[in-house]
Design a protein around this ligand. Structure first.
Ligand SMILES: [Zn+2]
Length: 699
């Protein structure tokens, strides 16, 4: 299973069982009775199949032995199993491969469509949400699938006959593999770890605790005061940390009076990172808080109902490292899985080697190629010039490069509402949209027949299928007056996911290679569609000036989130070196790391040292090293979008070819897709070109 099933366009937290499924062996215990049985089985299998199969027999029997537990059977059962289920190369092995490929497609495919059906009330706009909908939505039919595949010994058949590979092998040799070899590697990889249910339950619990903490971490901004007692924010404004706080900073660039508010939000973020925010100021409109002095007072202003648990107490006591306690909880739960990954004992190794399939050293070098580029200083000077003042730390979130469209959003709303009064109207237009994007009429029809459009309860998402005879689902928001421009823009993005999902599942050669290397790739392919949404409304192609601004925006945004990812990685490295750390010790470490990364890569541009803002990201706390996916996503998306932008002729056939590469390693995928490994070079080149095209500075 890959992350390509659902294009959620945000963090996708896969079930732990899926995240943890890939390659490595448990250390064999040579004292176990299975060792003798294994030796006997190897001998009799070699006698039966000849020396040509000896290497496969040794490896296959060892792979089974490493995952076999007492409850799977005694030594005699072990021997009987491997002797009966090993198949020699040629027709017998081809037949086993074919059966397993089809079986796993059907198992995953039906489970996925069942989950989708159970989630209808939660995901679709079907009227009021029932408490039952939440219950049905969290019911996971495939929850025990991984262990059931071991118990039924289907997993052992795969491990006996197909090779487990390491990331090093896939990177070094994968370039020369056939498609079938890749499919065999993915087949075995699916069973490369077996984590006991209670360890998985501990993981789920720790992540859920951290997520609950984050989900309620709101700041009531009308109650955050300047040092001279002013309220800069409107009544009722409640901002969730960090997303809403950051987005409010971005939004205030359009406001000539926005600077004071931006400074105040940056101060709030700093107090959260350093845990100097008063506990009573979190999620509470009953008290006023002055970040500059730390003062807390009962508020005389009632602007919004207080949430349950909010206390009317003017206590200045700080939050006392709750943020770092939750983060440590995730770390400790992850530590409990160490015995099941002997070759990848740290979460850093596991997330990069298994999840992203990019070694962490290569990844860090990729980010540093952006952060150390001399373009940073040039773009920084340009930002300061456009702002008309020296840079301040929160300008890492400068949003002023967003190109302004020719039409106001209200005019765009009018057009899209008229064209798409209902979800059905959008569905009916899909073949035309695909033809205009450059797909041949028969391919446009083929894809359109495999996409179901439905009205979403939330902002929209794309859910792919996991069996060839199922359909991809496009969920989009359609208001009572029709689809507004925002909804349309998202629908075009999600349609890009759906087209990728159809080609990478239905027409791919091996369903074991279904999908894309990781979430960043399906997002990249969706952006290729989304970038052409105005063109599809008949409003012409984006002009070069808009493309230059978009490149600068992308560079500045990638630079910021690359800094965040480096802080996240360094924080986990620190935890691995200090597993017994207390929350205050961990807090001090993270604050120090955030300042170090800032001083190295941002202070030279900003002229300010020791800033902590890079550590504000909430997903550092609740998602276990997820943030590196953001800069990776930016770079991969830019590389893929540039490939299509420079393509001569219609893009349909090329889009289909690239989607059918499937779930290779990121580098192998990128080489076959665009002819180069994953790289920041296309972004750096476009940024340099954009800088040259900017009007010169006023004297
Ligand atoms: Zn998306």
């Amino acid at each position: 299973m890959t992350s390509a099933i659902v294009g959620w366009c945000g963090p996708v937290l896969l079930p732990a069982a899926v995240l943890l499924a890939t390659s490595v062996l448990l250390a064999a215990d040579s004292n176990r009775p299975e060792e003798e049985a294994a030796a006997a089985a190897r001998e009799s299998l070699k006698k039966a199949h000849g020396a040509g199969e000896a290497a496969r027999i040794d490896r296959g029997v060892a792979q089974v032995a490493r995952f076999w537990r007492p409850e799977d059977g005694d030594a005699a059962a072990f021997r009987a199993f491997v002797e009966a289920e090993f198949v020699p190369t040629g027709d017998p092995k081809d037949a086993v491969f074919g059966r397993l490929e089809l079986a796993l497609e059907r198992i995953d495919g039906y489970f996925l469509s069942m989950s989708r059906d159970l989630r209808r009330g939660l995901d679709l706009d079907l009227g009021p949400l029932l408490p039952l909908d939440e219950r049905l939505g969290s019911f996971e039919p495939a929850a025990h699938l991984s262990e059931d595949l071991f118990k039924s010994k289907l997993a052992f058949v795969a491990l006996l006959n197909f090779p487990l590979t390491t990331l090093e092998e896939r990177l070094a040799e994968g370039g020369g593999w056939s498609r079938r070899q890749w499919a065999e590697a993915r087949l075995a990889q699916r069973f490369s770890t077996r984590i006991p249910a209670e360890v998985n339950a501990g993981l789920t619990q720790a992540y859920a605790d951290a997520a609950r903490y984050i989900a309620d971490y709101n700041v009531y901004m009308h109650h955050v005061l300047t040092a001279d007692g002013r309220r800069l924010f409107p009544p009722g404004l409640r901002l969730l940390s960090h997303w809403n706080l950051r987005d409010e900073i971005k939004a205030r660039y359009a406001d000539p009076e926005g600077l004071a508010g931006q400074r105040l939000i940056a101060a709030v973020m700093d107090r959260i990172v350093r845990q100097e925010i008063p506990a009573v100021a979190v999620n509470n409109p009953l008290v006023d808080w002055t970040p500059e002095t730390g003062a807390v007072a009962l508020s005389a202003v009632t602007d919004t109902p207080a949430p349950p648990g909010a206390r009317a107490e003017a206590r200045p006591d700080r939050e006392a490292d709750e943020r770092y306690r939750r983060w440590l909880g995730v770390f400790q739960a992850e530590r409990a899985t160490i015995p099941y990954y002997p070759d990848e004992p740290t979460l850093v190794d596991r997330r990069f080697n298994r999840g992203r399939e990019i070694p962490v050293a290569q990844f860090t070098a990729l980010l540093e190629s952006v952060l150390t580029s001399p373009l940073g200083e040039k773009v920084g000077r340009l930002v300061a010039r456009r702002l008309g003042r020296p840079l301040e730390p929160f300008d890492i979130w400068y949003g002023g490069f967003k190109p302004r469209g020719k039409l106001a959003e209200a005019e765009l709303d009018e057009r899209t509402r008229k064209r798409y009064p209902t979800a059905e109207a959008y569905a009916a237009d899909i073949p035309r949209l695909l033809r205009d994007l450059g797909f041949a009429p028969d391919r446009a029809r083929f894809v359109a027949e495999r996409i179901v459009v439905e009205p979403a309860r939330g902002s929209g998402h794309a859910m792919g299928a996991a069996r060839r005879d199922d359909q991809a689902h496009l969920r989009t928001r359609v208001g009572p007056q029709g689809m507004d421009y925002k909804g349309y823009n998202i629908a075009v993005h999600e349609m890009g996911h759906n087209v990728e999902q159809v080609f990478s599942m239905t027409t791919i050669d091996h369903t074991l290679l279904q999908g894309v290397p990781n979430t960043a790739f399906t997002e990249a392919l969706a952006f290729v569609f989304q970038a052409r949404d105005l063109e599809l409304l008949g409003l012409g192609e984006p002009d070069p000036a808009a493309l230059h601004l978009a490149a600068l925006d992308e560079f500045w945004g990638t630079r910021e989130i690359a800094g965040v990812a480096l802080v996240d990685i360094a924080a986990w490295r620190w935890l691995e070196a200090h597993p017994a750390a207390t929350p205050p010790e961990f807090r001090d470490a993270v604050v120090g790391i955030a300042r170090d990364v800032w001083n190295r890569h941002f202070a030279p541009l900003f002229g300010v040292k020791d800033v902590t803002l890079l550590a504000i990201y909430s997903h550092m706390v609740d998602s276990g090293l997820y943030t590196p996916d953001y800069p990776l996503g930016h770079l991969i998306a830019f590389q893929v979008v540039q490939h299509f932008r420079t393509l001569k002729g219609p893009m349909g056939a090329e889009f289909e070819r690239i989607c059918q590469l499937g779930n290779l390693t990121p580098d192998a995928w990128m080489r076959q897709a665009v002819g180069a490994p994953v790289s920041a070079q296309p972004l750096l080149d476009a940024t340099a070109t954009a800088l040259e095209a900017m009007p010169p500075a006023m004297p």
